[in-house]
Each structure stands twice: as C-alpha cells, then as structure tokens.
Design a protein. Sequence first.
Length: 514
Amino acid sequence: MNRSAVNDKVSDQLDSDIAQLLRSLKRNTSSMQSVAYDTSWIARLSPHYPGQGFDEALPWLRRRQHSDGSWGGEILHYHDRVISTLAAMIALHTTDHGESDERRVRQGAAFLWRENGRLHHDANDTIGFPILAFSLVSEALELGLDVPRDLYQDAVKIEKKLNMLGHNPQSWRYTTLVVSLEALRSYIPDDADFIEANGSVGTSPAATAAALLKRHDDRSVHYLQQVVTDQGDGGAPFVKPFDIFEALWTLNHLRLAEAITPTNPEVRRILDFVWSMWSPEKGLSYSPYFPVTDLDDTAVAFGLLRWGGYDVNADVFKPYEHEQHFCCYPGELDQSLSVNIRLLAALQTDRTYHQFDAWTQKISAMLRRSDLTGYFWFDKWHISPYYLTSTAISSLYGVVDDLLPSRIKWILQTQREDGGWGYYHQSTIEETAYCLHALLFWDQHASERVDPASIHAAADYLMKHYQNLQYPPLWIGKSLYTPRHVVRSAVLAALYSYREYVSAYQPTTVAAAS
C-alpha cells in the first residue's frame, strides 16, 4: 500500500471519528473500562442479590487473574495490583464457590507475600491507598486469609485517623473521602444517608456496593444494575458517571489540535452542558453527582469556556490557592504538578487578570522546585511521565521556556524502535499520542525543527494501531483505569495535527501504516 493511499484512508476516517466522538459525549453517560477493584465489590453482592445483575462479576474476576496471581491493570503498578488483589481475594473467598476459587485466593496471597515491600517502586500511590489497604488487610485477616500485615506501614496512624473521622461522618459526603467510603463502612452510622440523586455513593461502584452490604437501598441497587448493564462485561468501572471530566478532556485535546471550533453545533451543545455545571465561586467537579469541585476540571473548563465565549472570571481559582502552589482539592496535602500546569495554561487566556503575574510567578517557581530530573515530571493522576511532560510543552511555552528543550530531547531520545513511546517496557497508543502532539507543537512553535523521521515514525505507530481501542490503564484512581473517550481524543487530535503538519510542511511525504 502506498503512502498517499494510507494517508487518504486515515484522513477520511479521522473526520468522521471526531464527529462520532463528539456525538457520544452526553450527560449521565461515560466510557471507562471495567476494573478489578470495583468489580470485586460488585461480586460481593451476588449472594445477597441473586439474579439481579451482579452474578457475572465473579466470572469476570476469574478470567482476569494475572499469571503471577494478582489482579489489576495490564502494566505492573504495585499499588494498583495490591489493592485490586486484596479486593478480589476477599470477594472470591466470601462468596464461597469452591476449591477453584480458593486456589485463586492462595495464588493472590502468594503474590502479596512475594511482592511485599515493593510499593516504593511506584512514583505515586493510588487514590486513598492508605485507608483502603488498611481496611482490606484488616478484613482479610479477620476472614482468616494469609496476607502480609505490613502492606502499608502507617497502620497505627491510619487507625487513629479513622477513629477521628468516626466522630463526624455526616461531613464525609462533602469531601473526597466519600469516593472511598467502603474503607469506612464500619464507622457509618445506621441512619446515615450518603446516596446521591442517581443512587450512587460518590459516583463509586465500590462505595455504593459497600453501602448496600450495610443497608439495602433500592436507589443504589438500580444504580449498580445500570452500571453493570452499561459496562456489558459483568464488571464495573472506577467511577460512573464522570461525564463532565470526559467532556472537558476530550474537547480540550481536540481544541489544542484545532480540530474543532466553538461554533460546531456538537461542540456548542457540550459547552452548554459544561456551562450549566459551572459555579463562579468554585468551578466544577468531574460529575454532577460528586459534590466536591476540583482545580483540574475547573482550569480546563475555564479555558474551554473562554474559548467558547462564555463569561468566566479567574476569581474562581482563589479557593485553591496555597502559599507556594495551587491544590487540586481544598485541604489536600500532596500537590499535583499537572493541576498547576493546567492552571498556568488557563491563565494565559486572561492575561489582564489582576493576579496574572503573581500567580504565574508562583506556579513557575513551584515547577522549578519540582524539576528533580531536568527531563520529565511524574504526576499524581497518571503513572506515565509522558502524560505530564508532553502536556507541559504546549502549556508552558512562552512562560517557562527554559524548562522545555531538555524535555523535548528526552522525548526524542526515548522513542522506541516501533515509533511509539511507553515508560513501562512497551509502547502504548496513549503515550505515543501525547508525545506526537508535543513534538508537532514544538516543531511549529520553536526555532529548531524536529527531525521529520521521528514524527513520521510516531504517526506510523498510531495509524497501525488506529483501530485498537483497548488501551492499557495508565490513569490513577483507586486502581488504574482508562477513560476511553479521553484517550481516543488524544489519538485523534495527534493524528489531526499530523495531517496538518504533512499538508503544511511535507506535501509529498506522509507516513505509511505498514
């Protein structure tokens, strides 16, 4: 197949796929693959609610145990595997389906003993890991399962925290703690009601299932039945719905690639939905059913809404300001670099704001303090450094330019022979899309051009894997997960930018798909 034919084929499909992706972004719907952690909690419901839609969770778990005995994402991340394995072991043990399941439980325990002490190999914890691990280990030991007691070292500190939290459970609903409420189920008063309007507890299938195990509620049963039906494979995602987040990140990828305009009717429909969720005082959350707003979604929404002509004011960022950085969630202790980078990008859309200079200097200083390697950054929301490093190229250009050339060099030097990128021993579609977008941006804006061979090789890789929609989970939740539409939009945006690159700079040369 010649190069031109391949380009024409992908080019034609690209426009229709972008249009289809936009049509799929709707309120109360979202696309995330099932994960072992939340599916394990659904499996626990099967003996209590037989024939009500939860029975397929157990076969799902049986099919997805790794050869090393663990459960979790395709790429080995110890926090993800530990939390997922503990949850799956307890689910299989408590539902009592015979020797084959007990053998799986023993294999899971062997993994935990063999890999005990390796959590420090991960750059970041998964969400809520200390309290979730403590709770699951305690439950496993009570059930007589042979698991290491010291999977998390600060057990005494965590227990004190849990006891302290137990004095004011009604406040949990309005904190990020609600998404991990399953860890606190023994502290939940019998009369407490954490159910949102859609029947969920904090949009979390795991937390909702745990609440059901404590007390029946028709609203929660219906929510989980709908979750399982939507997934279609017997499993459950990390959260559902996360429709605001999905809309924001998808639109933002396509906006940065200039693949959409705010006058597009589908784009306008989505922006109107985002605007309807917007609070001038606090911004917004990732879902209408999660009451805690965050700076990550708020910063991306701010840029999109200004792009779309909506009246937003940067005062909305004030609640997230700390002395030396901005937080993602009010009251959090560990900072997020990506949140600060996204805020810096949002501020560039309103340079007349009275705090523009002060906030830009604060974030720039924070990024310099965090520049430990000189070549890449990790972040608390994603396990790949390519995610944040690539984002930084377009977000920081023109603001913190001196930090960028070394990151471009790192991206170029770490490209794999297949043309892709991947931090964990294999190229992935998602990481390659981020890197290709960064290189195309740099080629267009910086004084030095990027070697076209690197760009074409990356586009080659994406086109070869264009129809593969099974993305390894790289995003950090309570376990690793993949927001499918968001990742798909990154791929489409990168290839759209590549098509423009070919048209503008290389009119007779396009990448081959084979």
